[in-house]
Design a protein around this ligand. Structure first.
Ligand SMILES: Nc1nc2c(ncn2[C@@H]2O[C@H](COP(=O)(O)OP(=O)(O)OP(=O)(O)O)[C@@H](O)[C@H]2O)c(=O)[nH]1
Ligand SMILES: [Mg+2]
Length: 243
């Protein structure tokens, strides 16, 4: 990951290359960044991921399977946001994942303040990885930093490979793009290479991985990625002077 880019709040990260994202300097986003910074400080001892995508791209299914695979290796907690219902948290809990639902009351994204409040209900001392499942939306969540270490965006095979260029801010601010539902690639006109190239034009640092939660393709690499990032975060924390 480019450290210089990571140091900047995601809400006002500068565009790369020819893609123009509007410069968001709204007070609302400044307030959000302030809370996001407080979250970062409080969660300095764990890996924090912000999972974004369009509705239905497979976020919850991925986290159900991720929880099963990481059980006994990393303590994982999930905060899942939806405009209404606690269905996703219920699904995750049924899969044995420690999950808490954030109902946004119709809002199209999670804000840092919602995460900060939810942290009071998580056993932070015994959590290695906190995963936030954002509200399904490729636009609004892109502007709100939630204090995450990495943003991971799913783009499912059925959505079309043209989305990175159409929704650039999400891909500009993500470190990893997961091409989800890769088991459907033989049946739909979707080029993993084209999507990956477009995403790289917007954000040269973005990594791409094709996964199928149902068939298991790419799941070992995805879980290895989480383990590696969790370990790196721990090493970073240990390298800091203890207060
Ligand atoms: N073929 C296929 N279907 C999948 C895969 N992963 C998830 N699905 C299906 O995609 C649908 C949506 O999955 P969810 O996990 O609910 O998607 P989501 O992104 O959490 O949806 P929202 O929270 O509503 O935005 C479900 O019917 C899943 O069974 C996959 O790898 N392959
Ligand atoms: Mg979901």
């Amino acid at each position: 990951m480019n450290e210089e880019m990571n140091a900047k709040p995601k809400s006002n990260r500068a565009p790369v290359g020819s893609i123009q994202c509007e410069n968001t300097s709204l007070n609302l986003l400044k307030a959000n960044d302030f809370v996001a910074k407080a979250i970062k400080e409080r969660l300095a001892h764990m890996l924090v991921l912000n999972i974004c995508s369009s509705p239905g791209s497979g976020k919850t299914t991925l986290l159900q399977e991720t929880g099963r695979r990481l059980k006994g290796q990393l303590n994982m907690a999930v905060l899942v946001g939806d405009p209404e219902t606690d269905r996703d948290a219920t699904r995750l809990k049924e899969a044995g994942v420690n999950a808490l639902q954030i109902v946004t009351g119709g809002m199209c994204h999670i804000e840092a303040q919602m995460i900060l409040q939810a942290l009071d209900h998580i056993d932070l001392d015994n959590t290695d990885v906190l995963i936030i499942e954002n509200v399904g939306n490729l636009v609004c969540p892109a502007a709100f930093d939630l204090g995450e270490d990495y943003r991971v965006t799913l783009l499912s095979a059925t959505e079309g490979d043209d989305k990175p260029k159409k929704y650039p801010r999400m891909f500009l601010t993500s470190e990893l793009m997961l091409i989800s539902k890769s088991d459907l690639l033989p049946y739909v006109p979707f080029s993993v290479e084209a999507a990956g190239n477009d995403a790289k034009e917007i954000n040269p640092d973005i990594e791409t991985l094709a996964i199928s939660t149902i068939k298991g393709d790419g799941m070992d690499q995805w879980c290895n990625w989480i383990r590696k990032k969790a370990q790196q975060k721990k090493q970073m924390k240990n390298a800091l002077p203890q207060t």
